[in-house]
Design a protein around this ligand. Structure first.
Ligand SMILES: Nc1ncnc2c1ncn2[C@@H]1O[C@H](COP(=O)(O)OP(=O)(O)O)[C@@H](O)[C@H]1O
Ligand SMILES: [Mg+2]
Length: 240
C-alpha cells in the first residue's frame, strides 16, 4: 500500500531511443529523476512529439527504457521478464489509451470484465457486478450490452476508463483521454473520470491540456522541463 513519503513511482536516469532501421537512432526521452507521490494526481503536458506517450508507456511497462530504471510500488519493473511485467501491469496499472483500444467483438460490459479476467484479482463471481457498477457510475447503465461500434466516442472513452479502473489498480495512467472529444464532452468525461478515479490510495498520471485536469491536479509536469531531449532533435548516427 502507498505509505508515507515513499513515492509510488520513481523514474531514474531513463532514456529512450528508437532504432530507425537504417543504423540511426532517434533519441526521444532523457529524464534524470522523477517521482510521483502515492495518492497524487499529476498532469503531464507538452507539445506534440515531446515524449508524453513514450513516458507513459515506460511507466506502464508497455515498453522498456534504453537505459535507466522505473520503480512502481517498490517493484523495479524494468528488471522484470516480459511475462511478469505484463502480469504486474494487469494487476497494478490501469491505462486509458488515447484511442480507447476497446475489443470490438465484445460489449462494454465484457470489455471491462475481460480486464478483470486477465488480471485475476477480482474473484470471478464479483466481476459482472463490479463492471456494471463502474459503468453505471460513468453514466453507461443503458449501454452495457453495446459493442464499441454502437457507442459514441465519449461513451467509448468512458468504457476505456471503466476498464482501466476494473482491477482497482493503485496506478492509473491516462494518455490524452479526451483529446478526440468535443470540448463539452471532454469536460464531462474528465470530470467523471476524476470523480470515479480519485482516491487517496491511487496515483494518477494524466496527459492532458484541459483546464478541468490542470485545475484539479496536485502537480503539473511540463515535458519541456523534465525531458533533456528537445522535441525537435534530429536523428543521430548510432554508436556501434
Ligand atoms: N516506435 C517508435 N519508433 C520511432 N519513433 C517513435 C516511436 N514512438 C514514438 N516515436 C517518436 O518519438 C517522439 C515522441 O513521441 P510520443 O511519445 O508519442 O510524443 P507525444 O505523446 O508527446 O506526442 C516522436 O517524435 C515520435 O515520432
Ligand atoms: Mg502522445
Amino acid at each position: 500500500m502507498p505509505s508515507g513519503d515513499t513515492p509510488a513511482i520513481t523514474v531514474r536516469g531513463v532514456t529512450k531511443s528508437f532504432p530507425l532501421g537504417d543504423g540511426r537512432t532517434l533519441p526521444v526521452l532523457d529524464v534524470e529523476h522523477l517521482t510521483f507521490a502515492a495518492g497524487s494526481c499529476t498532469v503531464v503536458k507538452g507539445r506534440s512529439g515531446s515524449g508524453k506517450t513514450t513516458l507513459l508507456n515506460l511507466i506502464a511497462g508497455v515498453s522498456l527504457p534504453t537505459t535507466g530504471a522505473i520503480t512502481v510500488h517498490d517493484v523495479n519493473i524494468t528488471a522484470l521478464p516480459e511475462a511478469e511485467r505484463d502480469r504486474f501491469r494487469a494487476q497494478h496499472v490501469g491505462y486509458v489509451f488515447q484511442t480507447y483500444n476497446l475489443l470490438s467483438a465484445f460489449s462494454a460490459l465484457e470489455n471491462v470484465m475481460l480486464a478483470m479476467m486477465f488480471a485475476g484479482a477480482v474473484p470471478a463471481r464479483d466481476r459482472r457486478r463490479r463492471a456494471t457498477d463502474l459503468l453505471q457510475r460513468l453514466g453507461l447503465g443503458p449501454r452495457l450490452s453495446h459493442k464499441p461500434h454502437r457507442l459514441s466516442r465519449g461513451e467509448a472513452q468512458r468504457v476505456a476508463i471503466a476498464r482501466a479502473l476494473a482491477n482497482d489498480a493503485r496506478v492509473i495512467l491516462a494518455d490524452e483521454p479526451c483529446a478526440s472529444l468535443d470540448a463539452r464532452t471532454a469536460r464531462d468525461v474528465l470530470a467523471e473520470f476524476l470523480a470515479v478515479a480519485r482516491d487517496p490510495g491511487r496515483t494518477l498520471i494524466v496527459v492532458s491540456h484541459d483546464d478541468v485536469m490542470l485545475e484539479s491536479a496536485d502537480h503539473v509536469l511540463d515535458m519541456a522541463m523534465i525531458n533533456r531531449v528537445p522535441s525537435s532533435l534530429p536523428v543521430v548516427e548510432s554508436v556501434r
